[in-house]
Design a protein around this ligand. Structure first.
Ligand code: 7RM
Length: 654
């Protein structure tokens, strides 16, 4: 059918779990898949049963497509599950969060510390008039107070909306207004690449046009604070966190929340239009978060788990806060940039804290590749036993580099596909069971039903097509805040004969072993002479060349072929661009995956335009390649990158 995608790249390397890893793993037989396939409601009921409930549910699932309710009638509290449960065990004094500031500050909070601090802050929020169902904004650097604030909201049934600290005052304002937040929690500043990000100053700008926010709580990021330049406290509206906490009582019983009460809203910008407030609820979300953290990361009591994402993204919500804490794990949290003060910062942190599980993004892995092997080589990474990847397709070459230079060839890699909307991981290997292949997320986890479909919802057994989730799952989004019509339209109208199938917006292929390979967003798919080609395959072919660290390809209008391929390429340290290298790369791609995929244009670039969470923005590269005015650049991490690329491209063309 017209939306099928050609398959070009073939990857034959396969890595079975190491024997010792498999032997000790939580899951090392496929019984769990059979169980979940047979009766997924029973599977999810048993998963939910490992949480602590205040009242049992009556019905596991009510599914009136496209709306689902899970564990209907059940009552629980997320903060009680993430904190109180563990202080009744020998984990009472276990480190919950080991934190490092970018400037070298360090703090460790035990579960007992969290227990006290969360309750105190819950009382602070109550004191500011926050009630069940009210929205609370969180706009912080990555500091332990992020977790405290989120859990404090959960404790009293307030709905949090975390806004990444790198967002502008305007983005913050729009999000506060859409959710009609009553209180906003921020800090005077936060460190990023040696600079202080003036969060409170941004808040002051944002709130000029966000009238629902009545109170601002300001965390002092460092002892003594920054100068008044950063923080002008507005009487009656603003208060210091440490001052409010000094008199707050550390007893605040957890509210009994309905399983379907909203836990949080998280805005995702998507490719176009107004940000969508993705709504997650209590029982289903925590079930998905807790279960996946345990089985995908094979999480044990002795692990030191480091998810490098910021809490401003879903990955930070699910795998830095809720999933690990629900499992009583020790997490590492790091405020700053991976190359600050030096390019070895991540490896220094891994060594210093004995990190055993590292979960990071392909964009970071490609940066590490680009910077060179010597940085990780300087550090003892022998405690690492498992690696994870999330956020974009990982190019096989980047996978191999991660495997070799970070994992010492001994650590399984879990390539985890999921979305803000799915709440938790959907497609991933189970590290003690699944043989991995570089670039493949392998299979849907137990309890999830992923398929590859054509545009008429017919299953494609092997080949390329549209990724689909054909049954509901507990941690799925419930709606878009204030816009249920958009929820239905965005996720459930791809197949009009099947209004019960969720469309994630990604293209994928399935190989002979039934493994999934995510090919990228369907909006980015190239169409060359009638062949639909996923961006991932051409990019992965480019990255396979020893000179290339990162690549992004887009389609550019071509009078004969429909589209020609334009490639934007970042070189590894020590390589320089040249016409010869350009020709070599074109040939290299043609040899690797076929003449059809040979790029017409290659532009060398020191950087690629990325979203603030590190995803390549191909939409803007298309604007550049087509010589159009640039579209919306407000979600870019660094707008300078595209303007530089644009003039470079025009020079070359002109
Ligand atoms: C967790 C997160 C979601 C989109 C998703 C994909 C892409 C994420 C992978 C991936 C290939 C992966 N949430 N994506 N993980 N593509 N392999 N392992 O990133 O809402 O911010 O983005 O990210 O396109 O639809 S998100």
């Amino acid at each position: 059918m017209d939306e099928n995608i050609d398959v070009l790249l073939s990857e034959t390397r396969s890595f079975p779990p190491p024997d010792a890893f498999a032997r000790d793993a939580h899951i090392n037989t496929d019984a769990i898949y059979r169980l979940a396939d047979k009766d997924y409601e029973a599977y999810w009921a048993s998963a939910a049963g490992s949480l602590e409930w205040m009242a049992p549910w009556k019905t596991v699932l009510e599914w009136t497509p496209p709306h689902s309710k899970w564990f209907v009638g059940g009552k629980l509290n997320v903060s009680a599950n993430c904190v109180d449960r563990h202080i009744r065990t020998p984990n009472r004094n276990k480190a919950a969060i080991i934190w490092e500031g970018e400037n070298g500050d360090r703090r460790t909070l035990t579960y007992w510390d969290l227990y006290r601090e969360v309750q105190q802050f819950a009382n602070v929020l109550k004191g500011l008039g926050v009630q069940k169902g009210d929205r609370v904004g969180i706009y912080l650097p990555l500091i332990p107070e992020c977790a405290v604030a989120m859990l404090a909201c959960a404790r009293i049934g307030a709905i949090h909306s975390v806004v990444f600290g790198g967002f502008s005052p305007d983005s913050l304002r729009d999000r506060m207004n859409d959710a009609e937040a009553k209180v906003l929690i921020t800090a005077d500043g936060g460190y990023r690449r040696g600079q202080v990000v003036p969060l409170k100053r941004n808040v002051d700008k944002a709130l000029v046009e966000a009238p629902t926010v009545k109170h601002v709580v300001v965390v002092q990021r460092r002892q003594g604070g920054f100068s008044d330049l950063f923080t002008e406290m507005k009487p009656g509206r603003d208060a210091w966190y440490h001052e409010l906490m000094a008199t707050a009582k550390a007893d605040c019983p957890p509210a009994a929340m309905d399983a379907e009460d909203v836990l949080f809203i998280l805005y995702t910008s998507g490719t176009t239009g107004k940000p969508k407030g993705i709504v997650h609820t209590t029982g289903g979300y925590l079930t998905g978060a807790a279960t996946s953290t345990k089985i995908v990361f094979d999480l044990k009591d002795s692990d030191v788990f480091w998810c490098t994402a910021d809490v401003g993204w879903i990955t930070g919500h699910t795998y830095l806060v809720y999933g690990p804490l629900a499992n009583g794990a020790t997490c590492v949290m790091y405020e700053g940039a991976p190359d600050w003060p030096q390019r070895n910062r991540f490896w220094e942190i891994c060594e210093r804290h004995g990190v055993t599980i590292l979960y990071t993004a392909p964009t970071a892995i490609r940066a590490f590749m680009k910077w060179g092997d010597e940085h990780p080589a300087k550090h003892d990474l022998s405690r690492l036993r498992l690696l994870g990847s999330v956020g974009e397709p990982i190019n096989p070459e980047a996978w191999m580099w991660y495997h070799e230079h970070i994992g010492g060839k001994r650590c399984p890699i879990v390539d985890t596909w999921w979305q803000t909307e799915t709440g938790s991981i959907v497609i991933s290997p189970l590290p003690g069971l699944t043989a991995t292949k570089p670039g493949s997320g392998t299979k849907a986890l137990p309890g999830y039903f992923a398929e590859l479909l054509d545009s008429t919802a017919v299953r494609i057994p092997v080949g390329g097509g549209l990724l689909a989730l054909t049954k509901p799952w507990p941690s799925m989004l419930r709606t878009i805040w204030n816009d249920d019509a958009r929820y239905v339209q965005t996720y459930f109208t791809k197949w009009n004969n099947r209004p019960d199938i969720y469309f994630p917006g990604d293209g994928a292929k399935r190989d002979d072993d039934q493994y999934f390979w995510i090919l990228g967003r369907v909006d980015d798919v190239l169409n060359v002479a009638g062949h639909r080609i996923g961006t991932m395959e051409v990019e992965s072919a480019l990255v396979e060349h020893h000179a290339v660290a990162e690549a992004a390809v887009v389609g550019k209008t071509h009078e004969v072929k429909g589209q020609a391929i334009a490639a934007f390429v970042t070189l590894r340290e020590g390589f320089t661009q040249s016409a010869a290298l350009r020709d070599e790369l074109k040939k290299f791609v043609a040899n690797k995956i076929g003449a059809l995929a040979r790029p017409d244009d290659i532009l060398f670039s020191a950087d690629l335009p990325k979203t603030r969470s590190g995803k390549i923005m191909r939409r803007l590269l298309r604007d550049i390649a087509e010589g159009r005015a640039l579209g919306d650049t407000t979600t870019l991490a660094d707008p300078g990158v595209v303007s530089a690329l644009k003039s470079q491209y025009e020079e070359k063309e002109g």
